[in-house]
Design a binder for this molecule. Structure first.
Ligand SMILES: [Zn+2]
Length: 337
């Protein structure tokens, strides 16, 4: 069993100066192959479902599959909601057993983003779920059926250091997604990350920082960003694109094939390869082998199994059969307001 919340996962990453890859699940096949990549790389991993991808996978249907997959391995796995937009989505994810949620209020004015994020933090922390917020705005475009338009980041939406300090102080969040030249989807030209800004934010706030829009950033820039305090890297477009390149090639080479499983197998083995490669670049490869305390097994009684759900400090969070209790906790929180 190795279900873990983001706070505990990234505390280790921050301490040992590596980043954990957060890979979006948009298809059931992704789950097995990302988990296999993590196990073979001896790496912690974050499997995340974005609200914008609910059209591919229903949150309540995929949650038990992700939780079971996590429980079957000894590497730590965080199950995370990516870019949640409303309180309703946050509560759905908590009820379904996600160990971490992102509230993305970056499109709102600062005051509103702070107010909403603080509310989400209060509810999530009461049940041991960690919270990621976003400040500044990471633009770009989610990958869809049509070819994505490449984007460049706009400096006016970069994260301001003084805002990051206020945001951290007033919300009590666990991890912060920042905008420093990164964009979602495809980059127009080479991405130029503002490392001076990253350093200033890292020096001003003490929580692990998150880089969205990982696909397209060079290995050298990833390594530099990690050395300067990035502890979580969101990476999706790159794995989707790598799988699609294989699909196009397969169809070209086997125009008469009617074997979807063979096509899917080829695409997914490519996805796994890219995930393993990223784990290597992000520095998370081998972390579980190097530090056995990071790996959790059912026989490990120090992992907080007695009453882990309501202890935020617990290393392992067990949600099975606790949905009602969590709901009650959330309702109590809401009633107290
Ligand atoms: Zn994102």
């Amino acid at each position: 069993m190795a279900l873990i919340n983001m706070k505990d996962l990234l505390a280790h990453a921050k301490q040992h100066k590596y980043a954990v890859g957060a890979f979006n699940i948009t298809n059931l096949d992704f789950v097995d192959h990302i988990m296999d990549a993590a196990v073979e790389s001896n790496s912690p991993v974050i499997m995340q479902l974005a609200e914008v991808h609910f059209r591919y996978l229903n949150l309540e249907d995929i949650a038990p599959i992700l939780i079971n997959a996590a429980k079957n391995v000894s590497v730590p796995v965080c199950i995370h909601l990516d870019h949640g937009k409303s309180l309703k989505t946050m509560i759905r994810a908590i009820r379904a057993g996600f160990t971490s949620i992102m509230y993305d209020g970056s499109e709102h004015p600062l005051e509103e983003n702070i107010k909403n994020t603080a509310e989400v933090v209060k509810i999530a922390h009461s049940v041991g779920v960690s919270v990621e917020g976003e400040l500044g705005n990471v633009g770009g475009e989610a990958v869809g059926v049509e070819a994505a338009t490449p984007h460049t980041a706009s400096e006016e939406f970069y994260t301001r250091v003084e805002d990051a300090v206020r945001f951290n102080d007033e919300t009590g969040l666990d991890t912060l997604a920042i905008s420093i030249g990164n964009v979602h989807g495809l980059y127009k030209g080479d991405p130029k990350l503002d490392f001076a800004r990253l350093t200033a934010i890292r020096d001003a706030v003490d929580i692990p920082l998150v880089l969205h829009g990982g696909s397209g950033i060079s290995d050298d820039d990833f390594k530099k960003a990690v050395s300067l305090g990035i502890c979580k890297i969101n990476f999706y477009t790159g794995i989707s694109q790598a799988a699609m390149i294989k699909v196009h090639k397969f169809i070209q080479e086997h125009p008469k094939s009617i074997s979807y499983p063979d096509l899917a197998k080829l695409a997914m083995s490519e996805l796994k390869k890219v995930v393993m490669d990223r784990m290597d670049v992000f520095g998370s490869k081998g972390q579980c082998a190097a530090d056995k305390t990071l790996c959790i097994t059912c026989s490990d009684t120090s992992c907080g199994l007695d009453d882990p759900r309501i202890k935020p400090e617990a290393k392992t969070v067990v949600y099975q059969d606790l949905v009602d209790k969590i709901s009650l906790e959330v309702l109590n929180n809401l009633n107290q307001k």
